[in-house]
Design a protein around this ligand. Structure first.
Ligand SMILES: [Fe+2]
Length: 311
């Protein structure tokens, strides 16, 4: 079916449904990355999707999420039945760690994304998955971003680690700027970005943390997944190891199935120290030639670093 026919057949009530939102398509076509959240466009079906997702995750969070996340969920005072307004979320979030959720129209190139973290701004998807397809979603939505990521941003030590990770992106851009020769420059940049993406994946998105009650989840990809959060802690088919930076930066991953390999940290201070080590290794050239494989670094992410302003 052509794109035009798909648009024509779109139900009027699609509201701000992921991949079906006209408002978002227009913003993207106009090149607007940062947008206002057009709250009135959410349909009842969108609110129902939020309500169903929130209700079924609540008991999973109680069983498997780390205590800082549970505190964060309390602190943000979400209405379990309505899609959150970002300005309401920020009223509770900002006084705690100065972090803010910032509405975006879709994909944000890597340097800009990390630079936002450095400035305590979290690029946030505002669309939500379909009410009749709650389980599988290849792209992020507001449930993943606001219910999976943002509660972690209420914790000071975690927030500081994210900011420090944002600093690493600037360090990477500076290192690459000083390399002579286009070919070598691109090779090093691609390798550093692959290492950073792997680190981000195995910590911020899929990280586990050791606590007195056993392993708990702090990675947002797990915190927003009804099936995988339990699987990550209980399944015998998952390998769980203490995090080792030299392993993580060389470890490829695939995004479209449950993760067979996860790493745990001891605390968020430990996570912060790992980010410091990552930057040290970057400066020492140890990220310049990491193992090939996933993820593939796209041209927009590479360009965002090459075009970043010198600081
Ligand atoms: Fe995420």
């Amino acid at each position: 079916m052509s794109k035009a026919a798909q648009t024509f057949n779109r139900p009027l009530s699609s509201g701000l449904t992921t991949t079906e939102a006209e408002f978002i398509e227009k913003a993207q076509k106009a090149g607007k990355r940062f947008i206002d959240q057009p709250y009135d466009l959410y349909s009842e079906s969108n609110h129902n999707a939020w309500s169903a997702l929130f209700a079924r995750m609540t008991e999973k969070w109680q069983a498997f999420a780390n205590p800082q996340f549970l505190k964060g969920i309390e602190a943000l005072c979400f209405d379990p039945h309505r899609v959150p307004r970002l300005e309401d979320v920020n009223k509770f979030l900002e006084p705690l760690t100065k972090f803010q959720a910032l509405a975006v129209s879709g994909y944000i190139p890597a340097f800009i994304f990390f630079d936002c973290l450095r400035n305590r701004k979290f690029p946030t998807t505002i669309t939500i998955r379909r009410e009749d397809r709650l389980d599988y979603l290849p792209e992020p939505d507001i449930f993943h971003d606001i219910a999976g990521h943002v509660p972690m941003h209420t914790d000071k030590a975690f927030a500081d680690a994210l900011v420090r990770f944002g600093d690493c992106a600037h360090t990477a851009a500076e290192i690459v700027r000083d390399i002579h020769g286009k070919h070598e420059q691109m090779q090093v940049l691609e390798s550093i970005l692959r290492a950073m993406a792997r680190f981000f994946w195995f910590t911020i998105e899929f990280g586990l943390m050791r606590s007195s009650g056993g392993l708990k989840v702090y990675g947002s990809g797990l915190l927003s997944s009804y099936g995988e959060i339990e699987h990550s802690i209980l399944s015998e088919s998952v390998q769980r190891f203490p995090i080792q930076i030299e392993w993580v930066i060389n470890q490829s991953f695939e995004i479209d199935h449950y993760q067979p390999l996860l790493f745990y940290v001891e605390s968020f201070d430990h996570l912060f120290s790992l980010v410091i080590t990552l930057e040290r290794w970057m400066l020492d050239g140890k990220l310049n030639n990491v193992a090939p494989g996933e993820p593939v670094i796209n041209e927009y992410d590479l360009a965002s670093f090459l075009d970043s302003p010198s600081t």
